[in-house]
Design a protein around this ligand. Structure first.
Ligand SMILES: Cc1cc2nc3c(=O)[nH]c(=O)nc-3n(C[C@H](O)[C@H](O)[C@H](O)COP(=O)(O)OP(=O)(O)OC[C@H]3O[C@@H](n4cnc5c(N)ncnc54)[C@H](O)[C@@H]3O)c2cc1C
Length: 399
């Protein structure tokens, strides 16, 4: 099908990807850059599920090793900051050259108490070249006066809205919200009916997190078992908050970070997003959780958070392939039938590995790309990047 045909539906494309989070966008870009014809369908704005909640940390695995997990997650993550830097510099496809990097190196602050095991671990041969202890004069401005040892990690922090914009820019992304969706088997392939429009495709990819269940139902295939992990995330809001991207470790070796702080937005919209044990602990009321996080923040970073900052607790549910309640340690990308691929990244950091897996599986099924110049007009709005979830109503409307 040539570019001139520009059909409304009826076109034979290679892949229809469902899901406008990091999973759908990364793998759609990977497949399109390789030459396949791809259309992405999103229920609502891009990123509006879990992705816009992400702190944007591209983990290198040290955080997981600190909590005593010398498991596959740490190994999977080891090389990922380097891999992301290749995309962010434009040296590797998908080219993310225009994406904003909020911080090129994340920090780890270890409380000043004498955790000798921790110190020797961080300074040990295993982490050589991956963790660097900073002298006071080498520290970033905001962390110059805090006490405790400060280490620089390979982890970087990307600006998530900018990442979503960079990935989606060359893609056809349709917002199917409010339109009835139907999936019709065609032998071979599928017809996707959205409202009045139709799109014929050789394969379907479901990368819609919780939406994968409904989509599997529509396609008449057994849904992949999932787990839901509810999470509370604390947002601190004040124009006076400095840019800080730091894991705070106080509990000694074997503990997860007490706080993981990332800065987002700017000026009057500056917020900190707080993750880590003290910000997400279960069994506490929201007020008690804020009280605990405030106390730990004041202990680790005294004076950095203005006393009149606004604190709020937000709820978000992580939806992942079933790992028996544990943290999944790799992306999931498996055929549910001959021509329906189910995908989950498990972490934003792991999206490039998900892209590789999807390309490998679809490459075997589809062979060489043949129709990369198909243009499709579905007569519905383009899906645009959603507003960060911590913005107030008025700010969201203006975003
Ligand atoms: C608070 C928090 C902080 C995090 N921080 C980090 C971090 O710093 N680093 C990191 O590596 N990971 C982090 N994560 C994990 C990361 O955010 C998720 O693993 C990742 O965003 C999941 O992406 P996804 O595309 O699978 O899902 P989602 O982002 O949930 O996207 C699914 C998309 O599918 C769409 N959809 C649903 N149904 C349909 C349908 N029927 N048709 C079409 N589209 C549909 C939804 O609208 C949504 O846009 C964090 C997670 C949370 C909750």
């Amino acid at each position: 099908m040539s570019a001139d045909a520009a059909p409304t539906g009826g076109a034979d494309i290679d892949v229809a990807v469902f899901g406008g989070g990091i999973a759908g966008l990364w793998l759609a870009r990977t497949l399109q850059d390789f030459g396949y014809s791809v259309q992405l369908l999103s229920l609502g704005a891009l990123g509006a599920g879990q992705t816009l909640w992400a702190q944007g940390i591209v983990h290198g695995g040290v955080k997981y090793l600190l909590s005593g997990r010398s498991d596959p997650m740490s190994e999977a993550l080891w090389k990922l900051p380097e891999r992301w830097r290749e995309h962010l510099s434009g040296a590797r496809s998908p080219d993310l050259g225009g994406v904003r990097v909020r911080c090129d190196a994340c920090y780890l602050l270890s409380s000043s108490r004498p955790w000798s095991r921790m110190r020797s671990f961080l300074g040990g041969r295993m982490l050589a070249g991956r963790v660097e202890k900073l002298a006071r004069g080498e520290r970033p401005e905001a962390l110059r006066t805090v006490s405790g040892a400060l280490y620089q990690l390979q982890d970087l922090v990307v600006d998530v809205p900018s990442l979503l914009a960079g990935l989606s820019e060359p893609l056809s992304c349709w917002n199917i919200e409010g339109r009835p969706l139907n999936l019709e088997r065609r032998e071979p392939g599928w017809c996707v009916h959205v409202g009045e429009a139709s799109l014929c495709t050789r394969t379907l990819v479901f990368a819609a997190a919780a939406g994968n269940i409904d989509l599997s139902d529509l396609a008449g295939i057994a849904p992949t078992p999932v787990q839901r992990r509810p999470l509370r995330q604390i947002i601190v809001r004040s124009p006076g908050l400095p840019e800080v991207y730091t894991h705070c470790i106080g509990g000694g070796f074997g503990a997860e970070p007490e706080l993981t702080i990332t800065a987002h937005g700017s000026g009057a919209e500056r917020v900190w997003s707080l993750g880590g044990a003290a910000a997400t602990a279960e069994g506490l009321s929201d007020e008690a959780l804020i009280g605990r996080a405030r106390e730990r923040l004041a202990a680790f970073l005294p004076g950095l958070c203005p006393p009149d900052a606004e604190w709020s607790v937000h709820r978000v549910v992580r939806v992942e392939p079933d790992a028996g309640g544990a943290l999944p340690d790799r992306p999931y990308c498996e055929w549910a039938s001959d021509d329906v691929l189910i995908a989950w990244p498990s972490k934003l950091t792991l999206a490039p590995l998900l892209g590789d897996m999807a390309l490998e599986r679809l490459g075997k099924a589809l062979g060489e790309p043949t129709a990369s110049d198909v243009r499709v007009e579905l007569g519905m709005p383009r899906a645009s990047v959603g507003a960060p979830p911590w913005l107030r109503e008025a700010e969201r409307a203006a975003a």
